[in-house]
Design a protein around this ligand. Structure first.
Ligand code: JFZ
Length: 430
């Protein structure tokens, strides 16, 4: 019989394809890394980085009490920033569930004085405000004995016994079922930690050491909620069953981090770039590397220039408030989006590939050219051979002086028209 067995090819449902379309048009979302680790102010990897034994780390939930947490305020902040969705850590590598789970007591309701499900509150606030919600879910776990064989990280952590991999897979399925049953419509699941089970020689990743059972897990998710978009931060080309491709701290096809992607890894799925506002995902009191408004906006514009979304992260403080610097950054982006969002939302990749000086987006017959260098007067668009009717400054009733020759298109931007962050030029195509 085996010769007639055909590998099951993933065919997305109609609901799923519609959700992908929505996702591709959304362009901007909020990433939230929040957990009991936030209390130590040293990022979400603190358990691993400081080799904190299980019994010591387990003290953290006992005083996690975010009295200032206001889900509606978080959602309003995201919405005012121009964001269309939120992706929050339901369970990070420390293995602590930030939601009411029946399959482990190691969760926010059972183990903290706060005693409430923060995801539930966020889900309700999102629904009211028409913001979509994604759950980040870690495949790797530094707390669960059944996460065995251990991966490349967390091996130094004391206090764990050996367990059974198949039980761990069943545990994840049970938790994902909870997440996709008790919180209404969930826009997506954002997996992370795949790479933990890859061989590692200190420099390069090698073969995968375990079976993650993605076929079963992805099928379960799509059966529970067909529209739920699956992404996996595995840093390889998309796997069958996934609905979008994410790029951590790198633009699609770039590899400045060392674990990024090559051009050949970029697939055909909707894309999402994720990045931090400072240099940390989880709350970090020593991080002073806050990106400027200019850097953040240009990053979003470049992402859109690849046809990708930007998922921009905040690491809320242990009391439930968002760091003031992060709030400020988001407020500034919101202002910019209110003025220029038309050139980002609902667009696709434009005819000029993003580089340090420019990016382009496109909607129908309109190309939005985004120019980042306000010191420059003459811009040259090599090989620009798209027939056009008109070139003017976006939102200003002023034509742009230009010239076409066999090499491409030349634009002249007068000093008074240049914007420090982004000078937007609107090209109407024929
Ligand atoms: C992962 C997480 O480890 C991190 O805490 C955060 O949630 C981020 C969004 O995603 O970051 C990675 C991903 C891959 C590697 C290291 C960190 N890697 O390949 O070693």
């Amino acid at each position: 019989l085996s010769q007639f067995t055909i590998a099951q090819e993933y065919v997305p449902t109609k609901e799923n394809l519609e959700a992908r379309q929505w996702f591709q048009e959304a362009k901007f979302g909020l990433f939230i890394h929040w957990g009991v680790y936030s209390q130590l102010g040293d990022g979400e990897w603190v358990m691993n980085n400081q080799n904190i034994p299980i019994d010591a780390y387990e003290k953290l939930p006992s005083f996690f009490n975010p009295i200032a947490y206001d889900a509606e305020e978080w959602v309003k902040m995201a919405k005012d920033a121009g964001m269309k969705y939120i992706t929050i850590t339901s369970r990070h590598h420390d293995g602590f569930s930030m939601f009411d789970s029946q399959v482990t007591d190691y969760n926010i309701v059972k183990k903290t004085p706060y005693g409430k499900d923060v995801l539930k509150q966020l889900a309700e606030a999102c629904r009211k405000a028409d913001i979509k919600l994604f759950f980040y879910y870690s495949l790797l776990d530094w707390h669960n004995d059944d996460y065995f064989p251990r991966g490349r990280t967390g091996t130094e952590i004391d206090g764990r016994k050996e367990g059974t991999w198949e039980k761990y897979i069943a545990f994840m399925k049970a938790q994902l079922t909870e997440l996709l049953t008790n919180y209404g419509d969930i826009a997506g699941i954002w997996f992370d930690g795949h790479w933990d089970q890859k061989e590692w020689d200190g420099k390069k990743f090698g073969k995968l050491k375990v079976d993650w059972h993605y076929d079963e897990i992805y099928k379960l998710i799509h059966e529970l909620q067909p529209q739920c978009l699956i992404g996996n931060n595995h840093h390889i080309a998309p796997i069958s069953g996934e609905d979008f491709q994410m790029f951590e701290k790198d633009l699609p096809g770039h590899n400045t981090t060392g674990w990024g992607t090559s051009a050949s890894d970029v697939g055909q799925l909707p894309m999402e770039v994720c990045e931090t506002i400072n240099n940390s995902w989880g709350f970090n009191i020593q991080d002073r590397k806050h990106k400027s408004e200019k850097e953040l906006i240009q990053l979003m514009v470049k992402s859109a220039g690849y046809g990708s979304n930007l998922l921009l992260n905040v690491g809320p403080m242990p009391n439930g408030e968002i760091q003031p610097e992060h709030k400020e950054s988001l407020k500034n982006m919101g202002e910019w989006m209110r003025a220029n969002g038309e050139t980002i939302y609902g667009t696709s990749q434009g005819p000029v590939s993003p580089n340090e000086e420019m990016a382009s987006t496109r909607k129908g017959k309109t190309v939005y050219l985004h120019l980042f260098n306000d010191k420059k007067e003459l811009y040259f668009l090599e090989n620009f051979d798209v027939p056009f009717r008109d070139i003017k400054l976006y939102n200003k009733n002023k034509k742009v002086t230009h010239k076409v020759n066999e090499y491409g298109l030349f634009l002249e931007i007068e000093k008074e028209d240049r914007d420090e962050v982004d000078t937007i030029v609107e090209i109407t195509l024929k």
